[in-house]
Design a protein around this ligand. Structure first.
Ligand SMILES: Nc1ncnc2c1ncn2[C@@H]1O[C@H](COP(=O)(O)OP(=O)(O)OP(=O)(O)O)[C@@H](O)[C@H]1O
Length: 285
């Protein structure tokens, strides 16, 4: 029998990752936020990470970015543990993995023009100014902003437009993975849909992968290939987006889905009754 094709190396793999924040006070125990999280993301894939407030979603995204205190387990990027990378590999990683934050009103430096915001990450890595400025035009096209946006300040743009600028900034170093931390939560519904479509279009054009953190199940269904459900620092369910959002297996995922509001009042009442039933079952067990 001939061997089948080997599974491609995941772009990102987390294995039993533990994150603990130091406790307050000298004798305080550390506060464990992630209890041993394992997940992987393939090149060009979107993994939606859902969970209620406080479940540790942002912390997980920060751990991937090297910004949270990982005290156990391992994070591998393109097959290599990030903790053992040399200086040059670390620099390559910081180019490959970018971030888009939730709040487009605070994530952009208000004193910098869009041109400066978008050229700065290129200039610090030695790209010539003329090349960087030319690239800005392409980036603005990519996120559907006019070229004259380059000379303006962030305050002159709407929330949706600012998030487009933040996306362009994340793209300017040709990343392989973008950690998107609730990037549409601060936007109104129609703007949300347009920005989500932009994320999808960019992925189709560039092959970038997303770790897409959100508490909103309709958002996660729209954008993700696979979904991981985080509950109190543990992944309780992972699967294809349609499978997890339509036929959830874990009782927490079921409760999360039932908590999402629906427009029909009758269905909303049914969901409330079902939620109560699940909560009683959980309390009884
Ligand atoms: N720097 C920190 N120091 C101490 N505790 C922290 C720190 N950052 C987060 N936490 C705690 O870790 C837990 C998880 O927070 P996190 O922000 O990761 O959750 P989340 O799922 O993203 O929530 P939300 O959806 O509300 O943003 C919370 O109890 C939070 O108070």
């Amino acid at each position: 029998m001939t061997a089948g094709p080997e599974a491609p190396t995941p772009l990102l793999e987390l294995e039993d990752v533990v994150v603990e924040y130091p406790g307050k006070g000298r004798r305080a125990k550390p506060f464990r936020v992630l209890h041993g999280v394992s997940l992987s993301i393939a090149p060009g894939e979107t993994l939606g990470l859902v969970g209620e407030s406080g479940s540790g979603k942002t912390t997980l995204g920060r751990a991937v970015l090297g910004l949270a205190p990982v005290t156990g387990g391992s994070i591998r990027y393109a097959g290599k543990p990030v903790s053992g990378l040399g200086k040059r590999e670390r620099r390559a990683l910081s180019k490959d993995v970018q971030v888009v934050f939730q709040d487009p009103f605070t994530s952009l430096n208000p004193a910098m023009t869009v041109m400066d915001i978008l050229t700065e990450p290129m200039l610090v890595t030695g790209v010539a100014r003329t090349d960087a400025e030319r690239r800005v035009q392409t980036l603005l096209d990519q996120v559907y902003l006019p070229h004259d946006a380059a000379q303006r300040l962030p305050r002159e743009f709407s929330g949706g437009q600012r998030q487009r600028i933040a996306i362009a900034r994340a793209l300017c170093r040709d990343p392989k993975l973008i950690v998107c931390d609730e990037p549409v939560s601060a936007l109104d519904l129609s703007t949300q849909a347009r920005v989500l479509d932009l994320f999808i279009e960019i992925q189709e054009a560039t092959g970038v992968a997303y770790l897409f953190v959100t508490h909103d199940l309709s958002v996660v269904r729209h954008i993700s290939h696979r979904v991981a459900v985080l509950y109190r620092g543990d992944i309780v369910e992972t699967g294809h987006a349609a499978q997890v959002t339509e036929h959830p297996e874990h009782s927490y995922t079921k409760r999360l889905l039932l908590a999402a509001p629906v427009p029909d009042p009758q269905r909303q009442a049914q969901r409330r009754a079902e939620r109560l039933r699940l909560a009683r079952e959980r309390d009884a067990s």
